[in-house]
Each structure stands twice: as C-alpha cells, then as structure tokens.
Design a protein around this ligand. Structure first.
Ligand code: PLP
Length: 428
C-alpha cells in the first residue's frame, strides 16, 4: 500500500508505509491517506468479532497493510489489544461502546499501541527515538504504546505543574525505554522545543528521530477497527442494523477513523460530530464556512481543539464536497454546564458514571435522537474531579491506576532551552 498527502491531489509523491509513518505529517503539510481503500467481507468481520477483538482487528489490518506478513499482524494485534472492548447498555435501550479499558484508560490506546508495535517491526532493530510534547493524555498513550518495543526510545516532554498527578504517573512510572522530561515552562514551550529538534539538521543527521502524534497513519487507521466491533455488538444486542454513531470529537482523528470504516464497507447510517464549545466542525456543517480559531478551555479538555487537523482527511474522503459530508455527518455542540448536567443525569437515571468527553456523546445521542450508540472515550476516574463534582459520587480508580500512583516516578528536569535538550538526545 502506498500513501499520498491530502494536498497532493495529482498524486505526484507516493510514500511507503515506513516513510509515511516516520514522517507523520507529509512534507507538503497535508495528512497521509492510503492510495486505495480495501473492501472487507462483513460476514467474516461479524464472525471474527464474535470470537475476539484482536482477531477481527488482525483481519482488518491485513487488508490494509498487505505488505506486512500475516503472522506479524496477528502478533501485533494480539499484543496491542489484550484488554476488553465493551458495548454497554446503560438503560432505556441506550448503548455506548466503552473504549477506555486499555492501560491509559482512554481510546488513544487503540492507535498508540498498534503504532508502537508496527514501528518496532518496520524499524527492523535500528535505533529510533520518538520525541513528543504533551499536555497530558497523548504522552501517556504514546509512552504505554511504545513501552518495551525493541530498538525504540521514547522521550516525552511535559510542562512542570501543568499535568495532573495521574497523567504524570502514567508517563513517569514506566522506565525502560521511556524517558519523561519535565520542562520548566508551558506546553507551548515543550512544543517549540520539539519543533526545533525536528528542524535541527545537524541533530537529524546524527540521530533518527520521529514524532508519534495523533495524525500519524499508524495511529489513525486502527481507529477505524473498533467501529466494526461496535457495529457487530450493537447488531447482535438489538437485532437492528445501520446504526448512527455519535463521536466525542476534538481533532477528529476518531471520527475520521469511522469514515474510513464506512468506506471499507461498514454499513452504517452516519455519524454525529459531538463537540464541546469548540464547535468548528458543527458550525461548518451548519453554515458552510470553515473558521478555525484558537481553542477555548472546557471540562472536556482533550477535545479543546480550535483547528482540527483531520478536517483535511474528512474532506478528502468526501471528495471535497460539503454536501457529501452533510449526508454522512451531523453536527452537535454543547456547553460545560450541559456536560455537567449530562454527567449528573446519566448517574441519576442509570447509575452509570461517565467522564465529561463521553457525556458529550450521550448528550448528542439524546438530543438528536440517535438510533445507534455513542463512543465512550475515557474512564470516569480519569477526569474524576469533574465527574465527582457533577454527581457527588466518588469515581473509583481501577486497581491498575492505584498501583501506578504508588510507583516511583522517574523523570529528568530541564529548562526550556534547545541546547540542553539537544545535548541530552545525543547522549542517550
Ligand atoms: C483525544 C480525545 C478525544 C478527541 O478525539 P479526536 O480524535 O481528537 O477527535 C476525545 N476524548 C478523549 C478522552 C480524548 O483523549
């Protein structure tokens, strides 16, 4: 399979899987897309989904990554997806696909764990350093995704005092090939440092570094797999077909993964782009004007994105037609008060604890009368302050969380200066 940038309309520059995955963003600033989208056999998907998530994911991954030996794909999906994926009925015929049972308790594990193992394989034992800046969640998903992958070192920069104790524990207690660097500065400083390392030709000639950000094809493509699984479980539980799926969204990698699934042959009615106050995409669907802007802070902060990168992928999949996009995706947005209200309502009516991001999916489902399910993107305990204040109920941490919080933290502390970071990277 070859990959092309969304901006390379005449398909002048094909990239191999390894190049597209190492580059992340295409050199022209666009996002990589597969040159063609394979069709899957839904009867086979349903059969495999009835046995295991990882087996179903292996079948789907083999259709796209046909250059990788099948036994390697089977090993990778078995290792990456060793946790449950659950379609839960919370009551009143309402269903949600829980994507938060992985090691960092958020759906980003699905992409990051697949990518980590695929990079390990594509890299063939050469030394590679993954360098990434995080404001919290991405760093922990990447750290856990690459943990123990041979030949790959991960360096994560995070701003001192600006990530939650839980997020810090998720990045700093692993050790082995994962190094966390606590920067005396802001998240923007961390991003600036990472950018300047990637622009440093001297460093790059001496060291292989790459990013692992969420637009990477190896994180994006596996985010199409769980839509198939959710569909199979929903069909089996309800006897219905053609669900609509509400997707709590920020940078739209998740929803664009669903659109990819639909093009592989998943029979669904469409999607709801469920956003918080950062409503660039719902507004675009409504007005036809795309107006990216600085993000505003909300209680569902992993969705605080004002210029969603995957907009380009969504448009590419719709042949740049707004009408086509409107046929496939409905928009929804809500305020922080509505999110808090939804968390309380879900708790009071159904005795179920929801995190603020997933609650946006619930609200969209309720208010738009969605016949289908919403995606739950994080465990309630991960954002316990919000959930607890809305419900008055304590969000129990899963045992793995408690274990992790008590482990010793390893990190280096650094000022926000290029030279210090460069020296450090050359040393490890
Ligand atoms: C990243 C994230 C989202 C947003 O996903 P996108 O792919 O960026 O739209 C939603 N919820 C949680 C918990 C997240 O971590």
């Amino acid at each position: 399979m070859k990959f092309y940038s969304t901006r390379d309309k005449d398909r002048q520059h094909a990239a191999s899987l390894k190049d597209a995955a190492s580059e992340g963003l295409a050199p022209d600033g666009g996002l990589y897309m597969p040159e063609s989208i394979p069709q899957v056999d839904m009867a086979e998907v349903e059969r495999l989904a009835g046995i295991s998530y990882s087996g179903m994911a292996a079948y789907l991954a083999k259709t796209i990554f046909s250059e990788i030996p099948e036994y390697e794909i089977e090993r990778i999906t078995a290792e990456a997806y060793d946790f449950p994926v659950t379609l839960r009925e919370i009551g009143d015929g309402l269903h949600t696909l829980e994507l938060f049972h992985g090691p960092t308790f958020a759906f980003k594990d699905f992409g990051a764990r697949f990518m980590g193992r695929m990079m390990g394989l594509l890299n063939e034992g050469e030394d590679l350093t993954i360098l990434t800046a995080t404001s919290g969640d991405t760093g922990s998903a990447v750290a856990h995704g690459f943990y123990g992958v041979e030949g790959v070192k991960v360096v994560i920069l995070y701003p001192a005092g600006k990530v939650s104790p839980l997020q810090e524990a998720q990045m700093t207690t692993l050790g082995r090939n994962i190094t966390a660097i606590k920067i005396d500065g802001s998240f923007d400083d961390c991003q600036r440092l990472v950018k300047s390392m990637f622009n440093d030709t001297d460093l790059r000639s001496r060291k292989r570094i790459t990013s692992a950000n969420s637009i990477n094809i190896l994180r994006w493509i596996p985010q199409s797999f769980y839509y198939f699984y959710g569909y199979c479980m929903w069909k089996r539980m309800t006897g219905k077909d053609m669900p609509e799926i509400a997707v709590p969204s920020g940078n739209y990698g998740n929803l664009a993964g669903g659109m990819l699934a639909a093009r592989m042959g998943l029979p669904i009615k469409g999607f709801v782009a469920a956003s918080n106050a950062n409503d660039v995409i719902p507004e675009y669907l409504q007005t036809g004007i795309y107006r990216p802007r600085p993000s505003v802070r909300t209680v569902a902060n992993a969705m605080d994105v004002g210029a969603p990168s995957n907009y380009e992928r969504m448009m590419a999949m719709c042949g740049d037609s707004l009408d086509d996009l409107r046929h496939e995706v409905r928009g929804f947005s809500c305020s922080d008060d509505e999110i808090r209200g939804a968390i309380a309502e879900i708790h009071d009516r159904y005795g179920y604890l929801s995190d603020p991001h997933s609650a946006v999916g619930y609200l969209a489902t309720r208010q738009l009368g969605v016949e289908g399910f919403w995606l739950s993107t994080a465990h309630a305990a991960k954002f316990k302050e919000v959930t607890e204040s809305a419900t008055g109920q304590e969000a129990q941490l899963p045992p793995a969380f408690i274990d992790m919080m008590s482990k010793e933290k390893f990190f280096c502390r650094m000022s926000a200066e290029e030279d210090a970071l460069k020296e450090y990277l050359l040393k490890i």
